[in-house]
Design a protein around this ligand. Structure first.
Ligand code: FES
Ligand SMILES: [Fe+2]
Length: 453
């Protein structure tokens, strides 16, 4: 007699978790999430409304709109927006949608202008978004053209925390600082370590897209379980990229405690660091060793900072520089030490995502140090990098793997219930290879996705 899969204990256990498609909350369990959160177009649509429509979303760095008339175009979720510094110096964020018949008003990535002219029928908007010109206007009544609804619409809430500009499509909810929680340390820290107290992103962008769900990149921003395997070619002596690793018998093992990674006392090298997860889905990694702060020991830099802070102040600053990746849910990763950059995530479709990486330049760094950031970003996060290309390959493999209908769930149990409390209310701390941060992301995701208003 044969046993059908449907009769096995494993199948019965799986059935317990099968969710009602209408019950979004059941898709997130303490130790797992349902595969449909990465593959179901209807869930993606709801995310655009309830996650990107409710959370604070990173838009731009102030240096991208430094002067009056400067503009920078980007997306808030799927919605095109223009970040603009008006002629009075105020930063505004407009929906990039002409109020005549809906065309994108501004297609350029960034620049400086007195006005935006829609390419379709030539309507003109000034830098405050006001409708300032309509071709052949005699066919309209003055009363019609006086309607303020013809000005470019503005994103309801915009906040600028020390140069980091965020927008929120909901006019209710917590302010930006409360939303960021412990992550303000990532922004404060990078500015504290800048000898002249300022940073900018003037050197362009690495841009690429992948056929996978947007959450894969925001989860990966503090996933320190994967580097020994996905990034074998970069972190193991003699390591190869993943396709060729099969059959490899030698090379440096990124493991502590035992050469055998599967025994209980073997530990990832990365677990000398921590993964923190907090309210509102915020998460960060600490620095595993001093390798990510070697810049801070550079002689000319050290001399400047000692002049600024004194010897003891400099050492204190060095010690406190603990944050590596600050992962701002839902769409930005700030690498705040070493290879400093802003990485943004633009959801396009349930299986299509665009990544942009803006290397940061630090005011007061020696030229060779700022160039070093660029070189490192080429190796780490460019389209031709040795590291991020591994991740992109993996994201697409996950999306493909999820087309298989069984098992239905993805596991997030690593380190569950072993974490300890952090400094902020709701903050949990685990070892770097634990899935602490991802669980916090999904806790917030569940809150947002299940709240009706
Ligand atoms: S759609 Fe913009 S002017 Fe007509
Ligand atoms: Fe990675």
């Amino acid at each position: 007699m044969t046993t059908k899969l449907a009769d096995t204990p494993v199948a019965a256990k799986r059935r317990r978790y099968v969710s009602d498609p209408g019950d979004i909350g059941s898709l997130v369990q303490p130790d797992r999430v349902h595969g449909s959160v990465y593959t179901d177009p209807a869930i993606f649509e709801l995310e655009m409304e309830r996650v990107f429509g409710r959370a604070w979303v990173f838009l731009a760095h102030e240096s991208q709109v430094a002067e009056p008339g400067d503009f920078f175009t980007t997306h808030l979720g799927r919605q095109p927006v223009i970040v603009c510094r008006d002629k009075e110096g105020a930063i505004r964020v407009f929906f990039n949608r002409c109020t005549h018949r809906g065309a994108i008003v501004c297609r350029e990535a960034q620049g400086n202008t007195n006005r935006f002219q829609c390419p379709y029928h030539g309507w003109i908007f000034d830098t405050t978004g006001r409708l300032a010109g309509v071709p052949y206007r005699g066919a309209y009544s003055d009363e019609f053209l006086a309607d303020e609804g013809l000005n470019l619409a503005e994103v309801p809430r915009v906040e600028n925390y020390r140069g980091f500009i965020f927008g929120c499509l909901s006019d209710t909810g917590v302010g930006l600082v409360e939303h960021m929680g412990p992550l303000i340390e990532g922004i404060d820290g990078i500015l504290e370590r800048a000898p002249e107290g300022a940073i900018s992103v003037p050197v362009g962008v690495h841009q690429y897209e992948f056929r996978g769900n947007w959450k894969m990149q925001i989860e990966n921003g503090m996933d320190e379980y994967h580097p020994p395997f996905s990034h074998a070619s970069s972190v193991k002596k003699g390591g190869h990229q993943m396709q060729r690793a099969y059959g490899s018998t030698d090379g440096y093992k990124v493991v502590r405690g035992s050469e055998d990674q599967e025994v209980g006392y073997a530990e990832s090298y990365y677990d000398i660091a921590e993964c923190h997860g907090a309210d509102y889905g915020q998460a960060f990694l600490t620095i595993p060793d001093e390798s990510r702060k070697v810049d801070l020991r550079e002689e000319s830099y050290k001399a400047k900072m000692i002049a600024n802070l004194g010897e003891a102040g400099y050492e204190d600053m060095f010690e406190r520089a603990r944050m590596s990746n600050a992962v701002f849910y839902p769409n930005m990763i700030l690498r705040s030490t070493g290879n400093v950059h802003i990485r943004t995530i633009q959801p396009v479709a349930v299986d299509h995502t665009i990544i942009r990486v803006w290397p940061i330049q630090i005011a007061g760094y020696a030229d060779h140090m700022n160039k070093g950031v660029l070189k490192y970003s080429n190796i780490h996060v460019s389209v031709a990098s040795f590291v991020q290309t591994d991740d992109i390959e993996i994201f697409e493999r996950v999306q493909e793997g999820l087309q298989a209908q069984q098992p239905e769930w993805l596991m997030l149990a690593r380190g569950l219930d072993r974490e300890w409390e952090g400094q902020f209310p709701g903050e949990l701390v685990g070892k770097a290879s634990w899935e602490t941060g991802i669980r916090k992301q999904f806790a917030y995701w569940k809150d947002l996705m299940t709240a009706p208003e």
